[in-house]
Design a protein around this ligand. Structure first.
Ligand code: PHE
Length: 408
């Protein structure tokens, strides 16, 4: 088959040495006065996205090829266009899609490179050299642009993440122990250093451990509904930490030297009472534990807790589970014993109950009262915290007002 192609005057004419074939540059397939005609053997143009025409060779390829001028012009146009486009690229993403436009599998430059095979042997070196030059130029330009954008991005990031090291630091809000816990920890530390081991027990108790085993009979006023939180199933909230004395003695044989820190509960609410409060119970059982030993230990405790100048006095008292029993007062830490509102003008403040373990208690736990003696004491932690921090109303400890709590 033979075909004739005619060309536009402004178009670069496609012509080989033999004058056998004529192609055209962009958009011209019209006839031209100036341009001659050429016979095309089994070749046809078909529209293509990158070029206006693409030569498809179906016949003898040595007779079909692009004219040098077209390729050259395409390459130069590609280079100019790419370089111009590179100038306005602002992001690495945009740069990448531009790279694909030229260098991608279906890229503009790639397409021209593919067309190289259709050139004649004579044309190939020149166009090949130009193509390589264009490719090198563009590769370099893309690399430079990549580097510049990387640099720019880094600069932006540095700017965005800039830290003003001259600003003062922000102080983290540290939490700390509640004043009652601070006091409890101090009490524990003092007794631990005197050889007492801290043990705990349940806050939900039976009447037996809370009262009966502690020689507190059913008609005792302490069992009154007004003081004790009874649960519907017959249990109760322990009203003191003394039931743990019983539990400890049940589970071990003498000697015993323990303290029991923890919560207990009573139906009570005024300036010096909250329904939940903390106690530290103490128990010492041995062959020859004496009341003077008890006094010595409690005196040492009070001096470590409130200072060397602290005075102590023991007043006779009654507890069902100790005999004899006493309450210990210390000289008022607020007025140093002169008398003030805190101590009701007496100069003394009661801080704990104590006594020698009643033989009935030993019998309840199968300890032989003829073999061992013991003493016990119990103190309210909130009361001691109040004395330590000069807090007039015990209830403020549990209002959770941070303005109050932050002071300690
Ligand atoms: N359990 C007594 C109370 O809560 C305190 C106490 C303990 C007294 C041990 C004597 C011995 O008041």
């Amino acid at each position: 088959m033979r075909a004739t192609a005619e060309f536009h005057p402004g178009a670069t004419q496609l012509e080989n040495e033999a004058g056998r074939f004529v192609g055209a540059t962009s958009g011209s397939r019209q006839s031209t006065k100036r341009g001659g005609t050429a016979e095309v053997d089994a070749c046809r143009f078909r529209p293509h996205n990158n070029f206006n025409h693409k030569l498809e060779v179906t016949g003898q390829s040595d007779r079909c090829f692009f004219l040098r001028g077209t390729m050259k012009a395409e390459l130069q146009a590609i280079q100019a266009e790419a370089l111009a486009a590179l100038k306005s690229v602002e992001t690495l993403d945009a740069l990448e899609s531009l790279r694909i436009t030229y260098f991608g599998r279906k890229g503009k430059l790639t397409d021209v490179m593919k067309g190289m095979g259709t050139l004649s042997k004579e044309e190939r070196p020149e166009i090949g050299r130009l193509a390589n030059e264009v490719r090198a130029t563009l590769t370099q330009a893309f690399e430079a642009a990549t580097e510049a954008l990387h640099h720019q991005q880094q600069e932006h990031q540095l700017e965005a993440e800039a830290v003003d090291i001259t600003l003062p630091g922000r102080k983290p809000a540290y939490g700390k122990a509640h004043p009652v816990m601070q006091t409890l920890e101090r009490i524990e530390a003092i007794f631990r250093q005197m050889g007492f081991e801290a043990v705990t027990g349940p806050e939900v108790e039976t009447e037996y451990y809370n009262f009966d085993a502690l020689n507190t009979p059913a008609d005792h006023p302490a069992r009154d509904l007004h003081d004790t939180f009874y649960l519907t199933d017959g249990h109760l909230l322990r009203t003191h930490n003394s039931p743990v004395q019983i539990r400890a003695m049940e589970s071990q044989s003498p000697p015993v030297r323990i303290i029991v820190p923890g919560k207990c509960y009573r139906v009570d609410y005024d300036v010096s009472h909250t329904p939940m409060f903390h106690q530290v119970e103490g128990l010492l059982v041995d062959k020859h534990a004496t009341f003077s030993e008890l006094k010595g230990i409690l005196t040492s405790f009070a001096r470590q807790m409130f200072g060397d100048q602290t005075q102590m006095r023991f007043r006779p008292h009654f507890f069902p589970f100790t005999e004899p029993s006493a309450e210990m007062d210390i000289s008022c830490a607020v007025c140093q014993g002169d008398g003030c509102r805190s101590c009701g003008g007496t100069g003394w403040v009661e801080i704990l109950g104590a006594g020698a373990v009643d033989p009935a208690v030993f019998e309840a736990v199968n300890y032989d009262p003829d073999e061992v003696t013991g003493f016990a004491f119990g103190m309210g932690v909130e009361r001691i915290a109040n004395l330590q921090f000069h807090i007039p109303d015990i209830r403020t400890l549990y209002e959770n007002d941070l303005r109050f709590l932050r002071q300690f």
